[in-house]
Design a protein around this ligand. Sequence first.
Ligand code: CAA
Length: 387
Amino acid sequence: MIEELYTSKQVELRNRARELAETVMRPVAAKYDVEQTYPWEVQHAIRDAGLSGVWIPEEYGGLGGGVLDLCMVVEEFSRACGGMGVGFAVNALGSFPILVGGTDEQKERWLPGIAAGEKLIAFGLSEKDAGSDAGSMTTRAEKEGDQYVLNGEKKWNTGGAVAAYNTIFAVTEPGRGARGVSAFVVEEGTPGYRVGKHEDKMGIRCVPVVEIHLEDCRIPADNLLGGQEGRGFKHAMITLDRARPGVAAQAVGLAQGALDLALEYTHERKQFGQSISSFQGVQWMLADMATQIEGARQLVHAAARTIDAGVKNITRMSAMCKLLATDVAMKVTTDCVQLFGGYGYCKDYPIEKYMRDAKITQIYEGTNQIQRLVIARALMREAASGS
Ligand code: CAA
């Protein structure tokens, strides 16, 4: 990162995140990867370092940072551990719908606890049969007096098992497609809200990804975000536009972390009587990887700055940075395993974890096939309108 391009506050934030990543996350990354348990000690360290609410406005107790600040922190965390990076970033994904569509009262109610690191929040959009086609969800929310009754199942709920709040999208008006979807905040402990299956995952193993069951789950009507039905899908899309650079930053962090390890290893590893980094074939791989990472980072930061500047059409930039950075992460982490040779394929070295953690970034928050669809649609729309 070229420090001169950032404010002193951002550099300080990045340094604080890096320090925490190196001293708290890296030493325990392998342990939680093996155990597949949630690292509460890490969550508490993030809270104690005052980083929990980077993206939340100061009036609700956050640091008042933008998407760029969020991305800088996520990159640093992910450089040490991709799972810990997403375990943090998912709270932005879960709380953006409140920021984007919540009333002032709802923001007052839920954001301070998240900003203080006392409450975690998840994002419940996907279902077993509604992944890429999020608008085909079937979870139902029916109004009864001053309550909504929720029934259905959510899938791929990242952080759901440890979250105090869950932003749940449900159909309030069947037959209207995306326009019949509304967003609600459901609080842990509400009768009828149940955490189900924990996925046994290839990577990001320290963060629980679970199914959420809603069985006659009654919540106050006040938990309908924005107090208006039918706006949930739009809010989900606007949220994903703001959150995808966070996934992209996770990918950049993973790629950078893997390259750091490969630089060290190729210097130390001797074959044919010399460091393998003295071979031009290896040097070219290192140079290509560094170039791809920097290109991805710059696009992520450009997308984040575009969002923070309040530009109206952010969808294309957001999808582009997610697509590029996550494909770079997969390629770079795979090439880094290659540089470690047989050792890279074994768990004695930390490098294979980077490759496993990177894979999901091409899948969640919209597969990279969906990102291409989103980009193409935006391009055609812009061409048609002459912008
Ligand atoms: N901003 C604002 N509004 C938007 C929008 C955007 N970016 N994109 C779409 N909309 C609006 C449209 O204008 C339309 O509104 P009207 O009905 O008023 O015209 C409405 O939303 C429906 O839009 P589309 O017709 O374009 O919807 P679609 O059904 O064709 O689907 C899609 C579009 C882009 C494919 C969308 O379904 C999508 O993004 N799918 C991927 C879902 C996804 O990313 N899921 C990941 C969930 S999170 C996760 O991974 C787990 C985790 O916990 C980390």
